[in-house]
Design a protein around this ligand. Structure first.
Ligand SMILES: *Cc1c(COP(=O)(O)O)cnc(C)c1O
Length: 405
C-alpha cells in the first residue's frame, strides 16, 4: 500500500498540518524521507529524542524487552518500572513516582494530587490553582486550562474552575494573586512552548517562598526542560529551588511514550489505592527504554557535553546574526535554545522553519517570534556545524525576501 503526504489529508483528523515530506528512517541526528533526501534534525521530535534516532543501546533494550514482556496493566507491577522509579528517586528530591504515558497525563496526575492533598488537609475552599501566561502543560482539558494560552483552551465549553493566571517573572502580580485559598502553583522552570523564557532567580525563589507561606504546593512542569535538556539532570537543580511535585516526560523515554510524576512520600500518600490510574502507565516496554535513556543521560560527561554543545550553537548563531541581523537575542539553556527575532522579522518564525526545511534542516518554533532548537543531547559537533550551515542559507533566503519587500 502506497501512502504519501496527500493520504494525510484524506484520512487524518485535520488538527495537524505536517510538513510536505514523509520521514521514513532516522539515525543519530539525521533523518531520511520517502525520496531518500537527508535532513539534519534540530527538532528532536519536539525535545523528545534525547539520544537521537535509533540509538543502538535503546534499540537493543527495546528488542530485549520486546521479546520478554510488553504489557501487564497496573494489576501487576514490573521490574523495569520498579528499576526506573528507583533511579528517579535516587537522582532527585522525590521519594515516590507515578507513571503516565505523556506529559499531559503526568500533569493531570499532579493537579489532581494537589487538589486532593489540599482537600484532605485544609478543606474544600483551598482549591485555587495558579499558573502563568504563555505556560504550556498539555492538551487534556484540565492541563490546557491551566496552561496560559486561552487560544488552546477556548471553544470547548465550560472549563475546569478555580484556575488563575499571571505573568511569568512578575513576582508582584503573583504575590497579589496567591492566598491561603491557593492549593497549587504550576510552572515550567524554563518556559518552552511560550517562547524559551528563563525564570529570573529572584522570581522563582519568591514563588517558592510564597507557596510555603500559603501552604500551596509548587509543581514544576519539567516535561520539556527535564532529563538533561538544560545541562542539569532537571532544571530545578540549576536554580536552587526544589518543587513539591515534578513532572517529566518528552526526553524521559528518548522517543518511547512515557511520563512520570515525582513527589514526596507525605504528598503521595493522598493518592490512595483507586483514586487515580492509567492502563498503560508504567508499561514494561516504555520503562525499559526510559531506564536505559536515563542511565545514559545521567552521566557527567553527557551533561557536560550539553554545555559544550550549547557554546558551539551560540558561537555559530552569533556569527549568523552578525551577518544578517535577524535575532534580538539567542536564549534558553543547553539543548533548548530559542532565537528571538528582532523588530524587522516579527511574526515570521514559521517562515524561517519552512526555509530551513527547504535546506533540509528540521527545526521548531516557539510562538510566532522564536525559532527553537531542541536536538539530541549527543548530537555530533559535525551535525551542529552542517545543520547551522543549512540554517544560515535559510536565514539568508528569508532575509533577502524581507529586505526586498
Ligand atoms: C510538551 C509539553 C507538555 C505536554 O506533553 P504531551 O506529552 O504532549 O502530553 C506539557 N508540559 C510541557 C512543559 C511541555 O513542553
Amino acid at each position: 500500500m502506497t501512502v504519501t503526504r496527500a493520504t494525510f489529508d484524506e484520512v487524518m483528523v485535520p488538527n495537524y498540518n505536517p510538513a510536505g515530506m514523509v520521514p521514513v528512517r532516522g539515525e543519530g541526528s539525521r533523518v531520511w524521507d520517502q525520496d531518500g533526501v537527508e535532513y539534519i534534525d534540530f527538532a528532536g521530535g519536539i525535545a523528545v529524542n534525547v539520544l537521537g534516532h535509533c540509538h543502538p543501546e535503546l534499540v537493543k533494550v527495546l528488542n530485549e524487552q520486546g521479546s520478554k514482556l510488553w504489557h501487564l496493566s497496573n494489576v501487576f507491577t514490573n521490574e523495569p518500572a520498579l528499576r526506573l522509579a528507583s533511579k528517579l528517586v535516587k537522582a532527585t528530591f522525590a521519594e515516590k513516582v507515578y507513571f503516565a504515558n505523556s506529559g499531559a497525563e503526568a500533569n493531570e496526575g499532579a493537579l489532581k494530587l494537589a487538589r486532593r492533598f489540599a482537600l484532605d488537609n485544609y478543606g474544600e475552599d483551598k482549591n485555587q490553582i495558579i499558573a502563568f501566561n504563555k505556560g504550556f502543560h498539555g492538551r487534556t482539558f484540565f492541563t490546557v486550562t491551566v496552561g496560559g494560552q486561552a487560544a488552546y483552551s477556548d471553544g470547548f465549553g465550560p472549563k475546569p474552575g478555580a484556575v488563575d493566571h499571571c505573568d511569568y517573572n512578575d513576582l508582584a502580580a503573583f504575590e497579589a494573586l496567591i492566598s491561603d485559598k491557593t492549593c497549587a502553583v504550576m510552572m515550567e522552570p524554563l518556559q518552552g512552548e511560550g517562547g524559551i523564557i528563563s525564570p529570573d532567580v529572584e522570581f522563582i525563589k519568591g514563588v517558592r517562598e510564597l507557596c510555603d507561606k500559603h501552604n500551596a504546593l509548587l509543581i514544576f512542569d519539567e516535561v520539556q526542560s527535564g532529563v538533561g535538556r538544560t545541562g542539569h539532570l532537571y532544571a530545578y537543580m540549576g536554580l536552587g529551588v526544589t518543587p513539591d511535585i515534578l513532572t517529566t516526560a518528552k526526553s524521559l523515554g528518548g522517543g518511547f511514550p512515557i511520563g512520570a510524576m515525582l513527589t514526596t512520600t507525605a504528598i503521595a500518600a493522598h493518592l490512595k489505592a483507586g483514586t487515580h490510574g492509567s492502563t498503560y502507565g508504567g508499561n514494561p516496554l516504555a520503562c525499559a527504554v526510559a531506564e536505559k535513556a536515563f542511565d545514559i543521560v545521567n552521566q557527567p560527561e553527557v551533561l557536560e557535553g550539553v554545555v559544550q554543545k550549547e557554546a558551539l550553537y551560540r558561537e555559530l548563531l552569533t556569527a549568523i546574526n552578525d551577518k544578517y541581523d535577524v535575532f534580538s537575542e539567542v536564549r534558553g539553556q543547553g539543548m533548548l535554545l530559542g532565537c528571538a527575532l528582532n523588530e524587522k522579522f516579527q511574526g515570521r518564525a514559521r517562515d524561517f522553519m519552512v526555509a530551513a526545511a527547504n535546506e533540509h534542516l528540521m527545526c521548531l518554533i516557539a510562538g510566532a517570534n522564536v525559532i527553537r532548537f531542541a536536538p539530541s543531547l549527543v548530537i555530533p559537533d559535525e551535525d551542529i556545524k552542517e545543520g547551522l550551515a543549512r540554517f544560515e542559507r535559510a536565514v539568508a533566503a528569508v532575509a533577502a525576501g524581507v529586505n526586498a519587500e
